[in-house]
Design a binder for this molecule. Structure first.
Ligand SMILES: C[S@@+](CC[C@H](N)C(=O)[O-])C[C@H]1O[C@@H](n2cnc3c(N)ncnc32)[C@H](O)[C@@H]1O
Length: 267
């Protein structure tokens, strides 16, 4: 007689506990009295299979539950980190708005908007009377930005395809322009800077949020060699934008994520 799990034997045919010799786990009924072998009919075998299947189903359900639980935990963690990132973006944009003097109705451009976190925080600041241009060079990010703007039904966020050497923004469109962690990615900074200056209204401000070259980051392809790695020394930002015709107004050293913020004004 094959070993069968003790619990199954008891449940399947109410085999008296006393015939089951081993205290735990599987047990043999062969050691029991002769009438016990009669109990192991095909019906018993079927019910045993049923119970085994039930056991397997329970195990599968447990596994599914565990997976669902795990998926929920991951989704919750992703949600929490997205909410935190959004909160941090709103804080950073709040600081930027103060520094640059945004009001309700201000027209702002977020150059190299990426996933749009800063654009959406900016549009909250400038309100329905204001406008935010969100530019990107990357086709996939552009499409995602457009989808997100449509999903949020934001009539005052305009997504613009940027080029390597041109913002593609119209002349004098903006009161304020910011580039967050984007300037060190520019492959044609002199031409791009001329476009930035052109797009600013007279008296308008430009903010460059960036960081000094960091160890451990891949070099950025195609940028001028004087950057010295992934990032850009503050001094080079100031030299290049001053050469483009802007006046340095302020330097903020203690920007989040180990960054600096350099503020310029168009005379
Ligand atoms: C490090 S990400 C920063 C994204 C966003 N500003 C943020 O802080 O989360 C740099 C972004 O700049 C974009 N970019 C690079 N060169 C650009 C250009 N010439 N014009 C517009 N966007 C550019 C990249 O596609 C990328 O999305």
């Amino acid at each position: 007689m094959a070993d069968v799990p003790r619990k199954l034997l008891v449940e399947a045919r109410k085999i008296p506990e006393k015939y089951i010799t081993r205290p735990w786990g599987s047990c043999s009924v062969a050691a029991g009295p002769p009438e016990l072998s009669e109990m192991l009919t095909s019906q018993f075998a079927r019910s045993l299979i049923g119970l085994l299947e039930k056991g397997a189903n329970v195990a599968m359900k447990k596994k599914k539950l565990l997976l669902v639980g795990l998926a929920c935990a991951v989704a919750a963690a992703v949600g929490v980190s997205a909410a935190r990132a959004q909160g941090e973006a709103a804080e950073e944009v709040g600081r930027l708005a103060e520094l640059m003097g945004w009001k309700a109705g201000t027209v702002v451009a977020d150059i190299g908007a990426g996933d749009g976190k800063y654009t959406f925080a900016a549009v909250e600041r400038v309100g329905a009377a204001g406008r935010v241009y969100a530019t990107e060079i990357d086709a996939k990010k552009l499409a995602e930005l457009r989808d997100e703007v449509a999903r949020r039904k934001l009539a005052n966020v305009i997504v613009v395809e940027s080029k390597e050497a041109d913002t593609n923004l119209s002349a004098g469109c903006c009161d304020a322009i910011f580039l967050r962690h984007v300037y060190h990615h520019l492959t044609k900074p002199a031409e791009f800077d001329a476009g930035l200056v052109r797009s600013l209204k007279s008296g308008g401000r430009l903010a460059i949020i960036d960081f000094a070259p960091r160890a451990g980051l891949e070099p950025v392809e195609g940028v001028p060699s004087n950057r010295g790695g992934h990032g850009i020394p503050q001094k080079i930002v100031i030299e290049e934008l001053s050469a483009a015709g802007l006046r340095l107004e302020k330097i903020v050293e203690d920007w989040p994520e180990d960054s600096y913020c350099v503020l310029f004004v168009k005379r």
